[in-house]
Design a protein around this ligand. Structure first.
Ligand SMILES: *[C@@H]1O[C@H](CO)[C@@H](O)[C@H](O)[C@H]1NC(C)=O
Ligand SMILES: *[C@@H]1O[C@H](CO)[C@@H](O)[C@H](O)[C@H]1NC(C)=O
Ligand SMILES: *[C@@H]1O[C@H](CO)[C@@H](O)[C@H](O)[C@H]1NC(C)=O
Ligand SMILES: *[C@@H]1O[C@H](CO)[C@@H](O)[C@H](O)[C@H]1NC(C)=O
Ligand SMILES: *[C@@H]1O[C@H](CO)[C@@H](O)[C@H](O)[C@H]1NC(C)=O
Ligand SMILES: *[C@@H]1O[C@H](CO)[C@@H](O)[C@H](O)[C@H]1NC(C)=O
Ligand SMILES: *[C@@H]1O[C@H](CO)[C@@H](O)[C@H](O)[C@H]1NC(C)=O
Ligand SMILES: [Zn+2]
Length: 922
C-alpha cells in the first residue's frame, strides 16, 4: 500500500503528457463486459476439408463507467450486423482498425452508468489452417487411411477476437455461455460440462454450462472425432478425462493417472480446491497440430501429442518426465493464471514464473517421483538457461512493457518463464518455505476471480517476510525492486584478504557493463562447516554499492563456496587464491562439494571465460577435475558450456580438434557406466545422463559410441534388434552421421517417418534425418519440409531445420543456401521460418560463410524486412568472430598449438574488407 502500483503511475504520467505507452493497442476503460453468449455453427464441409469458414453470433452484456456514445472492442471476424440492446439501435457505420483489431461502434444514444446494455453481433469467421492460432483446423490420417479434420482453439494471447468479437484483454473477466452446432457424429468439448445436446437434421447443438468469471484468452472449444479415457475424479464431483484421436487410446494412461495426483498435490499446497473454482471438470486433450507445448484453458487443457501421450515402447524417460512436468505446469495455471490472472501482458511472469516453478517443485511432493530430483534439475534446466539470456544487453526486465501482439508474444520467453521461476525460488529460500507458501495462499484467496499486478504479490509477501530475513532497515519492496524491474543479475566476486572474504557485485554481461546493483542474499559454505550446503537461508546481505566482509573465516587452505544449492539468482567469481583452493578440493575429493554447487562451479567457470572475467585456460584448469566426475548435474553444465565453445570454434580447425579430444578425455569416467546396447531404465537420472553424455560423445567421434550405434542400427534395419527408447535418437542420428551406405540408411529412416504416427518416434526420426552430411539428402529433406504433400507437420519444422543446421558444417551451409534461394516461399509456408536466418548465422565460423551472407544481403531490396534481419545477424556474427579472435591465443597456448597457425588476425582483416564491400554494393 505504501507504493503506488507502477502501471497506474505510468498511465497517469502518460495521460498528463498525452503519450500512450501502449500505442493505441489498449481498450478504453469505459466499457466493462460481464457476460458473453456465443453461438457458433460449423458445416459438415469443414470436416471434409472443403470449407474453412464458420458462422457466429455473440451477445455481450456490459456496463459503462462513464457516459459515452462509442463502444470499442476487439474483432478479427467479418461483421454482418450490430445491434444495441435494449434500445434496438442498429449500427451500420462501425469502423475497424486492421492493425490494432479494435472495432469502433458509434452510437446515436448516450449510454449511462449502471445500466445493463448488450451488443448483439452476427458475423462470419475464418478458420486458420497454417498458424495454429485463434480458431483453427487440425487433421490426421486415421487407421483406415482416411484424413480426419477437427477444429480447436488457441487464444492466448490475442486471438479470441478471431473466434468472436470481444474485449480481448485479460483484465475484462466475464462469464461465457457457449452454444455450438456441428455434424452429429462428432463431439464438442469446451471449458465447462455440457448442459444440453439436441440433434436435428444431421447436426448436433451442444450448450455448455456458464463459466465462472474468466479472461477471454482462457476460453476454448473443440469439435472432433476424439475418444476419451477417464482418470479418477479430482474432487468428489469433478471428472477428469484425457482425450485424443482414437488410435492413441492406449497412450493416455500416464496423463490420466498423474493428472489427478498432481491436481490433488496442488490443491493441498495452495489450500484451495479445484472444485471451488466452479469450472466443473477437467479434460486434457492432445491436438495433432499444436504450436506451443500446451495451453492452460480453464477446464480444457490442450497439448501437443508428444507433451501429453506416453507410449511405453517409444517415449524416452526424459519425455515421460516432460509429460508429467507439462501437466504440472498447466495445472498450476488453474490457480496462477486462471483464478488469479495477470492484469496485462507486461506481467507475464505472474502466470508463467509460477507455472514454471511449480512444474518442478510440486513433483517433489509426489512420492513416486522423488527419484526425478526435480529441485536439482531446476538449477541446470531453468536457472542456468535464464542466466544465458539475461547476460545480454538486450535482455528485458520481468516487468517490461508490451503493447503490440508481437511484443506480447516476445514476453513468452526465458525471462518470464526461467528467470521468473528462478526469482520465485530465491524468494522461497530467503523468506523460508513456510512463510513463502502461506503468502501464496493469501495472495490466491485475496485475488481470486480478479487480476493482479506485481505490487499485489509483493505486498502480500512483504507481510510474510520476517525482518530478520531482510537486510536491516530495508523493506521487502526495496529488496525485490531491481530483481523485478531491472534486467540482468549480479556477478558476486569473493576475494581473500587475510582470513576475511570480501564480497563485491556488478552486473554480469557477456559484453559491456552497466551499473545496476541488487540486494543480494548470500549463503555460503566453508570447508569446516557441518551439514555442508544444506542451509539455503541467507547468511549475509550484500547491499547495492557497498562491499561486504565475511570476517575471519579462512584458515590456511580452507575454502569457501557461495550460494548453497544455487538457491539465489547470481553467479560467483573468486580471486586466484580462492579458485586455487576450490581446485584443490575438486581434485582431491569433489564429493565434499554438493553436486548442485559442482554444477554451479562448472557453469560459472565456463561462462566467466565466455565473458572475459577469466581466461579459458584457467577454466580448463578448474574443469580438469571432470576426469573423475560421474554425476549428471556438473556434466550437464559442462556439456552446455563446451557446446557453446565448439559452436564458436567451428568444426575443422586444429584448435577445435584439440578441444574436442580434451572433452572426450575428460569424459572417460562418466562414459564408463553408459552403454547404448544394454540400457536399464530403473534409475531415472541415469537415463538422462546416458542421453546427454552419449549424444555428445558420439558427435565428437568417440569410437566405441560410433561402433555400437552402427551395429545397433544394422540390427534394427534387418529386424533382429530393437533399440531402447532412451538411446534411439542417438543411434539413429549417429548411424546416419557415420554411415557407410547413406542411400540405404537415410531412405530407410525416411520411409519409417512416413509410416509412423507416434509423436515421439516422429521426433526421433525428424532429428536423425538431419544428422547426415550428404548434400543430396539434406537438400531433399529441406525441399520436403516445405512441400505440403510430404506429410510433415508445420509444428515440426523448427525442429527439422534445427537438425539440419546444427548437426554439421555441411548441414549449416546447405540450410543457408536453401533458405537464401527460396526464402519467400519458405516464409510463406510457415511463420516461424522468420527465426531461421538468425539461428543459422549464429553458427557461422568462416569468412566464406560471411561472404555468402553479404552477397545475399546485397540481393535484397534496401528496405525489405529480410534484409534488416540479415544485417542484424551479420552484426552479431561480427561480434562472434571478434570474440573467437580474442580467445584464440590463450586457447592455443593452453592446447600447445603454435601461434603461427592462428588465423585470428586474418579473420578480423577480412571483416573490415567486408564492411568496405558493403558500402560499394549498397
Ligand atoms: C490503427 O491504429 C494504429 C495504432 O494505434 C494507428 O497507428 C493507425 O493510424 C490506425 N489506423 C487507422 C486507419 O486509424
Ligand atoms: C471436397 O474436397 C474433396 C477433396 O478435395 C473433393 O474431392 C470433393 O469434391 C469436395 N466436395 C465438395 C462438395 O466440394
Ligand atoms: C455514423 O457515426 C457517427 C458518429 O461517428 C454518427 O454521428 C452518425 O449518426 C452515424 N451515421 C449513421 C448513418 O448511423
Ligand atoms: C456433489 O454433488 C452432489 C449432487 O449434486 C451434492 O449433493 C454434493 O454435495 C456434492 N459434493 C460436494 C463435495 O460438493
Ligand atoms: C499486510 O498487513 C497489514 C497489517 O496487518 C494489513 O493492513 C494489509 O492489508 C496487509 N497487506 C496485504 C496485501 O495483505
Ligand atoms: C514466518 O515464519 C516464522 C518462523 O517459522 C513464524 O514464526 C511466523 O509466524 C511466520 N510469519 C507469518 C506471517 O506466517
Ligand atoms: C584487508 O585487511 C587489512 C587488514 O585487516 C585491512 O587493513 C584492509 O582494509 C582490508 N582490505 C579491504 C579491501 O577490505
Ligand atoms: Zn504456462
Amino acid at each position: 500500500m505504501r507504493h503506488l502500483p507502477l502501471v497506474t503511475l505510468t498511465l497517469l504520467l502518460g495521460t498528463v503528457k498525452g503519450t500512450d505507452p501502449y500505442k493505441g493497442y489498449r481498450l478504453p476503460d469505459t466499457q466493462i463486459p460481464s457476460k458473453y453468449e456465443i453461438d457458433l455453427s460449423l458445416s459438415d464441409t469443414v470436416f471434409k476439408g472443403n470449407e474453412t469458414f464458420f458462422n457466429g453470433s455473440v451477445m455481450i452484456t456490459f456496463q459503462v463507467t462513464e457516459n459515452t456514445n462509442e463502444i470499442k472492442l476487439h474483432s478479427a471476424v467479418t461483421i454482418h450486423n450490430v445491434k444495441l440492446l435494449p434500445t434496438n439501435e442498429i449500427i451500420l457505420n462501425h469502423t475497424s482498425n486492421s492493425t490494432t483489431e479494435i472495432l469502433t461502434i458509434p452510437l446515436t444514444t448516450t449510454l449511462n452508468i449502471s445500466t445493463n446494455y448488450a451488443l448483439a453481433i452476427q458475423y462470419t469467421g475464418q478458420l486458420d489452417t497454417s498458424n495454429m492460432l485463434g480458431f483453427y483446423r487440425s487433421q490426421y490420417v486415421d487407421s483406415a487411411g482416411t484424413t480426419q479434420y477437427l477444429v480447436t482453439t488457441q487464444f492466448e494471447s490475442t486471438n479470441a477476437r478471431k473466434a468472436f468479437p470481444c474485449f480481448d484483454e485479460p483484465k475484462y473477466k466475464a462469464t461465457y455461455v457457449l452454444t455450438i452446432t456441428y455434424p452429429k457424429d462428432l463431439q464438442a468439448i469446451s471449458n465447462t460440462p455440457i448442459n444440453s445436446d439436441v440433434t436435428r437434421d444431421g447436426y448436433k447443438t451442444t450448450i455448455f454450462t456458464e463459466t465462472p468469471l474468466m479472461s477471454t484468452y482462457l476460453v476454448a472449444f473443440t469439435v472432433s472425432g476424439f475418444s476419451c479415457t477417464s482418470g479418477e475424479n479430482i474432487d468428489t464431483n469433478v471428472t477428469h478425462q484425457v482425450c485424443s484421436r482414437p488410435e492413441t487410446a492406449s497412450d493416455r494412461n500416464l496423463a490420466a493417472e498423474y493428472g489427478t495426483k498432481i491436481m490433488n498435490a496442488l490443491e493441498e499446497h495452495f489450500g484451495y480446491k479445484y472444485q471451488n473454482m466452479n469450472i466443473g471438470k477437467m479434460d486434457q486433450l492432445a491436438i495433432p497440430d499444436f504450436d506451443a507445448g500446451a495451453m492452460e484453458n480453464w477446464g480444457m487443457v490442450t497439448y501437443k501429442e508428444s507433451a501429453l501421450l506416453y507410449n511405453m515402447n517409444h517415449t524416452p524417460n526424459l519425455m515421460k518426465q516432460r509429460v508429467i512436468a507439462v501437466i504440472a505446469h498447466e495445472f498450476t495455471h488453474m490457480w496462477f493464471g486462471n483464478l488469479v490472472t495477470l492484469d496485462w501482458w507486461d506481467y507475464t511472469f505472474l502466470n508463467e514464473g509460477f507455472a514454471r516453478y511449480f512444474q518442478y517443485f510440486i513433483l517433489t511432493k509426489i512420492p513416486e517421483l522423488v527419484g526425478y530430483e526435480m529441485n536439482e534439475q531446476f538449477v541446470i534446466e531453468q536457472q542456468q538457461t535464464a542466466f544465458l539470456v539475461d547476460a545480454s544487453t538486450s535482455s528485458d526486465s520481468l516487468t517490461s512493457k508490451a503493447a503490440t501482439p508481437s511484443e506480447i508474444s516476445s514476453k513468452f520467453g526465458s525471462i518470464s518463464y526461467n528467470k521468473g521461476a528462478s526469482i520465485i525460488r530465491m524468494l522461497a529460500s530467503f523468506m523460508g518455505s513456510d512463510n513463502f507458501t502461506n503468502s501464496l495462499k493469501q495472495y490466491l484467496s485475496q485475488n481470486a476471480y480478479a487480476t493482479s499486478v506485481p505490487e499485489k504479490l509483493w505486498n502480500v509477501m512483504s507481510n510474510y517476510t520476517l525482518s530478520d530475513n531482510l537486510p536491516s532497515n530495508v523493506s521487502f519492496l526495496e529488496v525485490i525492486d531491481n530483481w523485478s524491474n531491472k534486467a540482468g543479475f549480479p556477478l558476486i566476486t569473493a576475494s581473500k584478504n587475510g582470513t576475511d572474504v570480501i564480497l563485491t557485485q556488478k552486473r554480469f554481461l557477456y559484453f559491456d557493463t552497466d551499473n545496476t546493483q541488487w540486494y543480494v542474499p548470500i549463503s555460503y559454505t566453508l570447508s569446516k562447516d557441518e551439514n555442508k550446503f544444506e542451509n539455503i537461508s541467507t547468511n549475509i546481505w550484500l547491499q547495492p554499492n557497498t562491499t561486504q566482509v565475511i570476517k575471519n573465516v579462512l584458515g590456511s587452505n580452507e575454502w569457501i563456496i557461495l550460494n548453497n544449492k544455487a538457491s539465489a539468482y547470481y553467479r560467483v567469481n573468486y580471486d586466484t587464491s580462492l579458485w586455487e583452493r576450490i581446485r584443490m578440493v575438486l581434485n582431491s575429493n569433489h564429493t565434499l562439494i554438493d553436486k548442485i554447487n559442482r554444477a554451479q562451479i562448472v557453469d560459472d567457470t565456463l561462462n566467466l571465460a565466455r565473458s572475459n572475467e577469466i581466461r579459458y585456460s584457467e577454466a580448463f584448469q578448474t574443469l580438469d577435475y571432470l576426469r573423475n566426475e560421474t554425476c549428471y548435474y556438473p556434466w550437464y553444465s559442462a556439456i552446455e558450456g563446451f557446446n557453446y565453445l565448439l559452436m564458436r570454434l567451428g568444426e575443422n580447425s586444429v584448435l577445435s580438434n584439440r578441444v574436442k579430444s580434451r572433452i572426450l578425455y575428460l569424459m572417460a569416467s562418466v562414459k564408463k557406466n553408459l552403454s547404448l546396447s544394454d540400457v536399464t531404465d530403473e534409475e531415472h537420472i541415469h537415463t538422462l545422463k546416458l542421453q546427454k553424455v552419449m549424444a555428445v560423445a558420439c558427435k565428437l567421434g568417440d569410437e566405441n559410441c560410433v561402433r555400437v550405434s552402427k551395429e545397433r542400427f544394422l540390427g534394427y534395419k534387418n529386424g533382429s534388434v530393437s533399440i531402447d527408447k532412451n538411446v534411439r535418437s542417438i543411434v539413429y542420428c549417429n548411424a546416419l552421421r557415420y554411415s557407410d551406405d547413406i542411400e540405404s540408411d537415410w531412405e530407410y529412416l525416411w520411409n519409417r517417418l512416413s509410416e509412423t504416427s507416434q509423436a515421439n518416434e516422429i521426433s526421433n526420426l525428424i532429428t536423425a534425418l538431419g544428422c547426415t552430411d550428404s548434400t543430396k539428402y539434406l537438400r531433399y529433406y529441406l525441399e520436403q519440409s516445405v512441400n505440403a504433400s510430404s506429410g510433415i507437420r508445420i509444428q515440426d519444422l523448427p525442429q527439422l531445420w534445427a537438425s539440419v543446421y546444427s548437426s554439421s558444417t555441411k548441414g549449416l551451409e546447405v540450410a543457408f543456401d536453401f533458405l537464401s534461394e527460396n526464402h519467400s516461399q519458405i516464409y510463406a509456408y510457415f511463420s516461424k521460418a522468420s527465426s531461421l536466418l538468425p539461428a543459422i548465422v549464429e553458427r557461422f565460423t568462416s569468412d566464406a560463410q560471411l561472404q555468402k551472407l553479404q552477397t545475399f544481403i546485397n540481393r535484397q531490396s534496401t528496405n525489405s524486412s529480410i534484409r534488416a534481419t540479415a544485417e542484424g545477424a551479420l552484426d552479431k556474427a561480427r561480434i562472434n568472430f571478434k570474440w573467437v579472435s580474442d580467445k584464440k591465443e590463450d586457447l592455443e597456448r593452453h592446447f600447445g598449438i603454435s601461434s603461427a597457425s592462428s588465423s585470428g588476425i586474418t579473420i578480423y582483416t577480412m571483416l573490415s574488407s567486408i564492411v568496405i564491400l558493403m558500402v560499394f554494393f549498397n
